[in-house]
Write a protein that binds this ligand. Sequence first.
Ligand SMILES: [Zn+2]
Length: 475
Amino acid sequence: MIKIFNTFTGSLDEFIPVKDNEVSMYVCGPTVYNYIHIGNARPAIFFDTVRRYFEYCGYKVKYVQNFTDVDDKMIKRSNEEKITLKEVADKYIAAYFEDTKKINLKEDGMIRPKATENIDEMIDIISKLIEKNYAYESNGDVYFRVGQYEDYGKLSKKNIDELLNGVRIDLNEQKKDPLDFALWKKAKEDEPSWDSPWGKGRPGWHIECSAMSNKYLGKTFDIHGGGEDLIFPHHENEIAQSKCSIGGNFANFWMHNRYININGEKMSKSLGNFKLLRDILTHFDGNILRLFVLGAHYRKIMEFSDKELDQTKISLERIENSLINAIEKSKLQASSSGYNGCDLEEELKIFKTKFKEAMDEDFNTAQAIGVMFELIRALNRATSNESFDENGLTVIKSVINYIKEIFEEVLGVNLKLTKEVESDSIANNLIELILELRQDARANKDWTTSDKIRDGLEKIGIKIKDGKDKTTWTM
Ligand SMILES: [Zn+2]
């Protein structure tokens, strides 16, 4: 039985899907006006793992994550870069895929709709809200009437009075009540806009997720996820819009991951300590980052630093070395007096159960990874033997396969289990060696040898160039 900590109920609830053996989930995606940062990567990696675990347990998963491709930040970027809104979106969506490919997000079967391709669906919902008196038009803008929806604040545990205290009253806005929020914004000059019953304009941010989740998952679906900063107002507003227009329960389970500390400080725009995913990936392999992110419980603040990533790199290498060693041992001939594998067989059973228990309890990846390390230690003990009987070899092979399966299929961490030296790097080293020999010849004024090397390299397509301090080469 899988249990999920549901932000809405505030408790650990048993997961009962809307449809048997199926999971429908919606996770708010990035606004594509910039490269994604580690704060976007955390939910991307975590919810990808949730999907993978459900699939591992035999569920069919329908997973939707949107791209927000129209909002103030997008428009600002399009003006700055002097390209259209669509060109901004195309550029940063391509960059998104380039970056996230390296952290092994499972794209197979993913539904990734764009806000601008679902404007009609949003207009439909807004029209329904106006019809039911949950929304009103005001000088080309449309607002949701928060006071009309009595459950407003239930997700974020905020009450209306508290909210009223914290609200900033902007006299320029056309709202009837300061808590009301925009569903549709009247077009400003030089802004991209769409036709609507209320004139030209563009949607507010919250409405897109109500429209796209309903379109792909229906009016009641299983899980809605995102970072904790989205609970209020974004998710609170999504609930209000969806429940008041389409009905249904919207999402049955709400899951939110906590934020990230960079070198001990909360990552935030104002502190300027944003870490772009692509910058991290120039120093660390995506598999290391993935193992690092999953090494923290998603409902705990994640402490990010290069030092922590260095540690994870060492841990991952340890896992790989243990498996490489075990694979070597598993190829040995069985001997009747060798290690019989009985204790490891028992441990495998125990750790399989422990792994499942950790993941079933609100996807506790931190604990689950800890269990895998214990299993690897047990494997190391077994493979420290010199000889193995038939059963011993069979058990070692099943442990190797189980560890590989969990890391690669469930955690999405691909393991390097071969020690082959890449042929490219051998060729590079050979050329460098030849250039060194040529350098020696030149130092001895042995021009015949030096020219012979140069001409010989040129014949096989390698051009060399003698610089002031160093000879460089190109192919
Ligand atoms: Zn959303």
